[in-house]
Each structure stands twice: as structure tokens, then as C-alpha cells.
Ligand binder design. Structure first.
Ligand code: BGC
Length: 484
């Protein structure tokens, strides 16, 4: 597929924004970036026991191997903002893919813990860069009415990646060198991402920022052959203002509101506990009476992994029809209620029963209540906070500061993910499992208020209209009342 050879779409397809073969390419990029993010999130739990056997690392080193990938991602996300503005979205994504694949090779070949750690950091860095650049690219390339669906596909792929990682853990657990294979396999999405990105153009927004009008026009035309190219480019130029922006501009008063919304949502997505459940599901099931490792893994794979994938489809289907706000608000209700149920099942149900049933190899009532509650939790996250937070982060910033704004919000997301991964287990030993889940539930209440009072609806608006909203020129600006 070369840049200019895209077959023209049927006129009505262009008019309605129906998916052309170029858009399939962009969807593939978003999906592959999500896949490598998710696979990486999901696989480490399964790889750990093999690593422990081979390297006998201290507990501290194990924690570092698990969680520093997140710190690498945080650094990658921060740098990615500048990279996607300076190098362009396309080259940044290719760089991320190469880093990710290279890191996977280092991990798989590591002779000891410290080289493994270097591999983890490189992989993390690649994931972080991709987690900014890929959804940003998708949101700038997608027609407005499909933008939510495109960015949600990124989330869908994250969930698929996690699910594949869980399945892989089950399948590969018996093989020799299994952990090397588990980690090394992530080279596949890395290479595919580079290959998928290679023939695609950069986004028109970036070309215009660079003063490369001809390429911008050609890209708009290739993507939507019947679009009014001049009008599109004018809208982009209007949105751009000056070409070079500094970090200072990202933090100016004008953009404080979208910055605060993006960063706030990014942090709340993590502080409501999703990764505590993803990373530590096996242990949570063990604590609730699922006795064997196999039983824990099966419960995790299907109740967490599969439900996460399935319910994300709901968001892909409805985020552009129902809007961002209703999905977020309903999802938060489901998450809050199920977290309270999880807390209660840990706290109030009989611990003696857990011990007896565990000895008899039977799941306890606690286990069953917990299983259902966890499924409701993950399902509610999957159609709301998971995809919608990424969608909103990638559409609310004005084009001048978009790369850097998305980077700050994404880095905040990784930072919060690191805090949860690092402290969740300590918190459960310190205040107990029940109260820990109540704490996550309390964060759902905070998030509900945040969305209800502060987040305006952005469904169906062009990126330019959203930008105008912050300047108070279009209805639905700051502090808009709920619209759905
Ligand atoms: C979050 C990840 C999480 C995943 C679960 C994403 O939106 O950012 O931290 O692991 O969803 O599906």
C-alpha cells in the first residue's frame, strides 16, 4: 500500500464517514499498540514463577521486575509528547514498536535479574511512547463521528492483549523456559506495529504544524476522497495558531480546564482499582478459597480476561451514539457497587468457612460472591472508564498542545498505575482486604462527582469544535451541565 494509491471510497461512504481501507490501516495501528500494552500488562504475573525459579531474586527485585515497567512507561509517555510533535506521530509509533520489540528480545535472552530489568524498562518505555502516540494518531485521523470508536478499539486491543496473556500463561506454564517464551512472544505485536505503520502517512494536523501543506492535503484526500480538503485544512490552521509551542503553553490558564480534566480522569481510572484486580486476581481468588493455581488461573482468565474483552465491545458500539458521559457514569455505578460487594465478601463472610472449604478443595460462598462481584466490576470498567478515558484524553486538547497534553495525562495514568501496583498488597496487609476495596469504592464516588460536575459531552464534535468549547465560543463549555 503506497501513500497515494488508496482506492476512492464510494461517495456516500465518504459523506457518512464510513470506513475506507485507509481507516482500516489506522484501526490496525491503534489495535496493535493496544495489544502490546495489554499483553505486557497481563503476562508478567504468569512469567514470575519461572523467573523466581531460575534467578532466585529477592522480594524487592521481584517487585521491581513487576512494577518498573510502569515507570519505564511513565518516562516513555512524557517523552512521547515531544517526540510526536517533533518527529511526527508516524515516526514516533515506529520508534515505539522497535523499542518494544528490542526490549522483548533483551527480556527473553536475559542471563540474570538485572539484564531482565533493563529489558523491562526498555519494553515499558516503548509501551509508554506507543500509549501516547497511537491513540493520538487514531484520534487525529478518524472522522469525528467514528473517533470514539477508533480510540475505543485501542482499549479493546488492550483487553485482548491481557486475555491472550492469561491464555498464554495457561498454555505455556508447562513448557521449559516458559517465561522466556512468554516475554519474548511480545516481539510479535511490536514487529507487526512497525510493519502496519510503515506505509501510512502522518496525520494532517502534524503536517500542517510543520508547514507541509501538500502532504496534509494529500492525506485528507486519501482518507476521505470526497471531503472538502480546503475547508478541512482551514479548520486545522485555525486550530493551530503558532507552530512551535513550549511546555509552558500546555500549562497556561487557557488550557487549564482540559489539562485538569485529562489528568484527573487518567488518575481516577487507576485509583478506582482496575489494575489491583488485573495484576493480583490470582491472589485475590486464592484468598477467597480458590485452592489450586489452575483453578485461580481459570477464574482469572475467564471472569477477568474474557469479560473485559466482551464488555469493551459495548463501548466501541455505543461511545459515539450514547456519548462519553452516560457510559462513564453508569460504569462508575457498577464499579462502586461491586467494589463494596467485594469488600463485604472479604470482611463479613466467615473466614473459618474459607479455611474449611479450601481444605476440602471447594470454592466458598465468599469465593462465589467475589467472583460475581469481580465480573461486574471488570465489566463495568470495560464499557466505561477503560475506553472512554482514553477517548476523552485524546480529544480534549487543542491541536497546539495536543501531543504534550496527551503525554502529561498518559504519564499521570502510568504514575497512578505504578502507585496502585506498588502499594496494593501492602495496603491489604495494613488495613485489610475489605477496607482496601471500600477505598477503591470511595474513589468511584469521587470519580462520579468529577464526571457529573466537570466533564462536558464531546460526542460528535470535531476536534476544532472541542477546542472552541474551552475558549467559550461554543455551547457545552467548561462546567457544562449533564447532557444525557
Ligand atoms: C488501563 C490499564 C488497564 C486496562 C485494563 C486500560 O484502560 O489504562 O491500566 O490495565 O485498561 O483493561
Amino acid at each position: 500500500m503506497s501513500k497515494g494509491t488508496g482506492a476512492p471510497a464510494a461517495p456516500e461512504a465518504a459523506a457518512t464517514g464510513r470506513v475506507t481501507k485507509w481507516l482500516v490501516g489506522i484501526a490496525a495501528v491503534a489495535m496493535l499498540a493496544g495489544l502490546l500494552f495489554g499483553y505486557d500488562q497481563g503476562i508478567i504475573a504468569g512469567a514470575l514463577s519461572g523467573i523466581e525459579k531460575d534467578f532466585r531474586p529477592s522480594t524487592l527485585v521481584i517487585e521491581i521486575i513487576t512494577s518498573w515497567v510502569t515507570l519505564g512507561a511513565l518516562a516513555g509517555a512524557l517523552v512521547a509528547g515531544t517526540l510526536s510533535d517533533e518527529l511526527g506521530r508516524r515516526r514516533t509509533i515506529i520508534l515505539a514498536a522497535v523499542l518494544f520489540a528490542g526490549g522483548a528480545v533483551i527480556e527473553a535472552a536475559a542471563p540474570g535479574s538485572w539484564v531482565l530489568l533493563v529489558g523491562r524498562l526498555v519494553v515499558g518505555f516503548g509501551v509508554g511512547v506507543a500509549s501516547v502516540a497511537a491513540p493520538l494518531y487514531a484520534s487525529e485521523m478518524a472522522p469525528p463521528r467514528l473517533r470514539g470508536a477508533f480510540v475505543s478499539m485501542y482499549q479493546l486491543a488492550i483487553t485482548l492483549g491481557i486475555f491472550v496473556a492469561y491464555l498464554g500463561t495457561q498454555e505455556l506454564a508447562a513448557a521449559d523456559f516458559s517465561w522466556r517464551l512468554m516475554l519474548g512472544l511480545s516481539i510479535v505485536p511490536g514487529i507487526l506495529l512497525a510493519v502496519a505503520m510503515f506505509p501510512l502517512p502522518d496525520s494532517p494536523v502534524w503536517y500542517m504544524k510543520e508547514g507541509r501543506r501538500k502532504e496534509a492535503a494529500k492525506t485528507v484526500h486519501d482518507m476521505r476522497p470526497h471531503a472538502d480538503v480546503e475547508a478541512d485544512l482551514r479548520a486545522i490552521t485555525d486550530g493551530l495558531g503558532t507552530k512551535q509551542v513550549s511546555w509552558g503553553e500546555v500549562f497556561t490558564r487557557t488550557w487549564r480546564k482540559p489539562l485538569m480534566l485529562g489528568v484527573g480522569l487518567a488518575i481516577l481510572q487507576q485509583l478506582t482499582g482496575i489494575n489491583a484486580v488485573i495484576y493480583y486476581a490470582d491472589r485475590i481468588f486464592a484468598a477467597a478459597g480458590f485452592q489450586s493455581a489452575a483453578a485461580q488461573l481459570t477464574a482469572t482468565t475467564w471472569s477477568i480476561g474474557a469479560v473485559n474483552v466482551l464488555l469493551t465491545f459495548v463501548a466501541v458500539a455505543f461511545v459515539d451514539r450514547l456519548g462519553r458521559r452516560p457510559l462513564l457514569l453508569w460504569g462508575l455505578v457498577g464499579m462502586g457497587v461491586s467494589l463494596v460487594a467485594m469488600g463485604a465478601s472479604f470482611q463479613w463472610l466467615d473466614d473459618g468457612a474459607v479455611a474449611n472449604a479450601t481444605a476440602a478443595g471447594q470454592p466458598t460462598t465468599t469465593a462465589i460472591v467475589l467472583l460475581v462481584a469481580m465480573m461486574v466490576f471488570i465489566g463495568s470498567f470495560a464499557f466505561s472508564l477503560g475506553p472512554v478515558v482514553w477517548t476523552v484524553i485524546n480529544e480534549i486538547y487543542p491541536s497546539t498542545v495536543r501531543g504534550r497534553g496527551v503525554a502529561v495525562a498518559t504519564a499521570a495514568n502510568w504514575g497512578a498505575a505504578w502507585i496502585v501496583a506498588q502499594f496494593f498488597l501492602s495496603l491489604t496487609t495494613w488495613i485489610g482486604e475489605g477496607p482496601t476495596f471500600y477505598l477503591f469504592a470511595a474513589m468511584c464516588v469521587v470519580s462520579f462527582a468529577f464526571v457529573w460536575f466537570l466533564l462536558p459531552e464531546t460526542k460528535g464534535k470535531t476536534l476544532d469544535q472541542i477546542q472552541q468549547m474551552w475558549l467559550g465560543r461554543v455551547e457545552g463549555g467548561a462546567g457544562a451541565a449533564p447532557t444525557n
